[in-house]
Design a protein around this ligand. Sequence first.
Ligand code: FMN
Length: 218
Amino acid sequence: MDVAAADLPERELYKLLVNTVLPRPIALVTSCDRQGRANAAPFSFFNVFSHAPPLVVLGIEGREGPVPDKDTLRNIRETGSFVVNLVDRALVPAMTVCAIDFPPEVDELAVAGLETLPSRAVAAPRLAASPVQLECRERVCLGLGTRHRTLVVGEIVHLWIRDGLVDERGHVDVDALDLVGRLHGADWYVTTRDRFREPRKTIADLEARAPAQPEKKP
Ligand SMILES: Cc1cc2nc3c(=O)[nH]c(=O)nc-3n(C[C@H](O)[C@H](O)[C@H](O)COP(=O)(O)O)c2cc1C
């Protein structure tokens, strides 16, 4: 296949991108409105973008209809904050409940059975069940594209990592962390249990491995 992005219908382009760029980490984003009502929704157009400054990015799609902004985006605009809760294997069923397109008045956290805790530095609450919670302040919301696609850039201002996951040397126990990523289609996910190691190389490593050059004849 060899095709210009502009020649593909929007839906086809979406399918090709989400079924090839994978796995994608999942942010179960908690936010709240001006009245402090909490909301949670998963986003896999998500990643950590840099550590200095510590930035995350979210790609939030607009909805069809008269109110295009998802609740998460509206709340981020209202309060300037959100929390990225990373998703482990145990959190997946509740995460999928949070993806249901509930009307704003429905407390999806209660429906999903998720307990929230107050954050240290931002208004948005965090999820007790998540192993890693990143409190973020909105740095910029960029409206891109024609269908209310918004790129949210948030700065991590406070980190919560479940006790026992980081040892005294600062090493993270990735087995115990047990995070998942989003795979192809609407429903496929992957754990981080199937891993392999490939050491990084130096120029000296490559030179040591180079095949011996044949000796030149005089
Ligand atoms: C695993 C997963 C990943 C998702 N990723 C995104 C995403 O990156 N961007 C997006 O706009 N919607 C994404 N969605 C859909 C939203 O979670 C869904 O529209 C949700 O209802 C939005 O909730 P809100 O209105 O409370 O913000 C995803 C859904 C699932 C299940």
